[in-house]
Design a binder for this molecule. Sequence first.
Ligand SMILES: [Zn+2]
Length: 1027
Amino acid sequence: MSQQGYVATPPYSQAQAGMGGYAAGFGNPPPQSHYGAYGSPAQGYSAPPTGVLKPPASSPSGMPPPPVSSQYGTNIQQNGAHPHSFPPPVSSSPSMSPYGQPPPSAFHSMAQAPPPTQQLTNQMSAMNIAGYGQRPVQSPSNSAPQHFQTSPPPPVMGHPPLSPPGQQPSPLGSPQPMATMGSMPAPAMGMSGPPGPVGHQPQGYPQQPGSPMGGPYGAQMAGPQMAGPQTGTFPGGFPGGPAQMAGPPQKKLDPDSIPSTTQMIEDDQAKRGGQVYVTNIRGQVPPLVTTNFTVQDQGNASPRFMRCTTYSFPCTADLAKQCKVPLAAIIKPFATVPKNETPLYIVNHGETGPIRCNRCKAYMCPYMQFIDGGRRFQCSFCSCVNEVPVHYFQHLDHMGRRMDLYERPELSLGSYEFSATLDYCKNNKPPNPPAYIFMIDVSYNNIKSGLVRLICEELKTLLDRLPKEEGAESSSIKVGFVTYNKILHFYNVKSALAQPQMMVVSDTAEMFVPLLDGFLVNFQESRAVINNLLDQIPDMFADTNESETVFAPVIQAGVEALKAAECSGKLFIFHSSIPTAEAPGKLKNRDDRKLVGTEKEKTLFQPQRGVYEQLTKDCVAQGCCVDLFLFPNQYVDIATIGDVPSHTGGSIYKYSNFQVEVNGQQFLSDLRRDVEKSIGFDAIMRVRTGTGFRATDFFGAVYMNNTTDVEMAAVDCDKAVTVEFKHDDTLSEESGAVMQCALLYTTIGGQRRLRIHNLSLNCSSQLSELYKSCETDALINFFAKSAYRAMLNQPMKTVREILVNQTAHMLACYRKNCASPSAVSQLILPDAMKVFPVYMNSLLKTPALVGSTELSTDDRAFHRFMVNAMGVEETQVLLYPRLIPLHNMDVSSESLPAAVRCSEERLSESGMFLLENGLSMFLWLGQACSPDLIQNLFNVPSFGHLPTEGQTSLPVLDNSHSRKLHSIISRISQQRAASMKLLIVKQKDRAEMLFRQLLVEDKGLHGGASYMDFLCYVHREIRQLLT
Ligand SMILES: [Zn+2]
């Protein structure tokens, strides 16, 4: 694309010309006549397809309807599994002890010694900070104030203050939407005059004094508010300078004046919510993850499957290096597709298997270009020209597109599946259906807490809801049962038996499965024996005194059982203590919080190698996913025992100090969802790219045996893999950047399939295009995962430093190359990244990174594992929790009340708020909360009648407020991957600390800056970089 072209083209509003070789299915809509075959031209794209496709009439379908007699009818099935899940319960419990008071240090996260650049590892190479000046080492306690105090006044740039960019050619010829934060007060610079008239603001974003956020999306931020009236409040320094850092600021900047995440979310919802997002445009930036929209696949994968940090890659490695914006995709291959969107089609090419490029092995997709009358096709990934197999031949139309384009999902859609042939199966044999093995720790704690009985009772009904193949009558998944403490007990539950039989293996050093026949069975057939067993287990161990457990042999037993049955599967391990019994994988308590803040802090998170490393390999090789349900009363070394789950596509759940009455419902809800969720086994994923760039790094609950194949024992609807890309050559604006994620896996019914997701991005030699096409939510997902990996190898403070530095570099580069000229004292943020700093600051304050001795090591390790597998939706809400005011909720409204900024300032004594971050949920009650509301929700007359600590249940009452609150909680819970424990927190309770640490705009309770202070700090860094 020429520069001329993109300047003249409205950025994302219409199809762009110049899709290079990928005209088919992309770019400008084809002439209407082309659609004649599918009905009236106007309805060509939107009419629901006939035949096997039956999406709701009101929803747009994925593609134009094929003729009924087309190949869809014979070769394509609808892949329509929509597992139902239980609505998670609303009650749960506090399982963490309240944390202490916040430490006093202010810039804990970033004002420490800068890292030696040489220490950066491969993983963090994207964050290389070389080339920018290192600052002198100062101690955390006083360095921040000094930084602020001694920072030289920024030099006045050669431009008049607040020069109107609209009246000058911008450096790139294209005015950029931007968020400008008014000059951080710096009177010395003469930048602090009263706000200029409207005409003196950056183009198109008139100031609205008094409501800085009220402008259009991307409005200028608060220029006058910050530049004018507050000037002089912070003479010679930043807000949050010494005086302010030590205590409450004497006069605060208006917190409304800094970019607001909730506002951005609302704006996007208003602008793009409820709309159909059609994926036919290369490089199109999707709506935010928080926005409700419907996806219509027309050649690029839905953003539910793939999101990118930017949808316009820089053409050269130099540009990429210059801006330091990571190029990455977050892929959730099994993402849940809402019911009103078309499920993936399954394409069957028969015995010959899917059509692929001979050279790079990319699969047939909409980007392949057919030439030579349709006899050959050119691969869009490696340019190789391939013969079209005879059975796949089709004539081309006058536009050079295959006549059967819209009858073939692989030619017209971004996502679809292929049936895999025996070539894609282990040992060229069709796989067996997977098995689920339930492995219950029956040591003293679990018996005493009632957990074992709870699990056994639940399984009796839960096993009826094992996932099944679309159209199948019952689930093909086999089930097996093991109980253990220091030794393992296997159960024969063959249907022919009158009673289950137990077999004990006490030699845990050489684990083997003592029975083959009768261990893994079909639940329907063996229901009576299994129920009998589940009745007996709690009683069998009722009098146990055994408190020691093994752990590694349990996983080993599961793998051996799957190996013997020649199938993949999942282990559900319900475990409560650190495995100290004499056996392989025995662990000792190595929780030493004295290491926090030292060079050795990373060792707390490094798993104990040896046995566990080998176990991971065995599991992955067998397609054995490990799900770990933990019920710890003390340190269990999650860093080690979570290592196998975190490399096998497994999930880790943690219920500290488990009590049936308190956490029981939360646990059961998690277990149900986990058992029922859509999942693929024995998976291997490959991400192919067009020439010029390639996937270089992968983050997720995956295992890498080489540099390209991402192995996953299983992958479910919640697991996302973050893939980083690097240039190895120059990209062209014309061909863009194409990528194809191919996931080979075994279905729950034992079918071998290939799931393909394709995505095409733009490329540009203008960095402004990159910044315009950034996605903050995806960026922060990448940063979180890469930082959480880096913390295994580097001191925590180095990791934090790199994050802060890279934030400043990305923003400084924008400022230098893309923003309209203005005084350096103004903080100017790219529109698409204007709330990036609040997310980054929040990331720095997460338990894993914050480095506080008050946080439990297991909690931090757990957090690390959770984030590692998260998709963009999950990291978004984790790092910017949703704070919803309830005291003024409209009980007649269907919608959720609008969230407010995540800050203490938004709370009021008379208020009531719900706060959630995807992992926990709080209901906060102000001391002066309306007694009527309290009565309606809790059935007690006033605030004072509520229990002081730890209430976790919310009664269901027959009034509109109670119904509304329950409906809000249930709606939020349904959006989340795990059930959240609800904790009811009264203002000034001790437990309020837990709630307050999620108020991410405020100073961290365990260290870390407030959003405002962080922004000022970053601004200072940017100014340094620019001078
Ligand atoms: Zn190729």
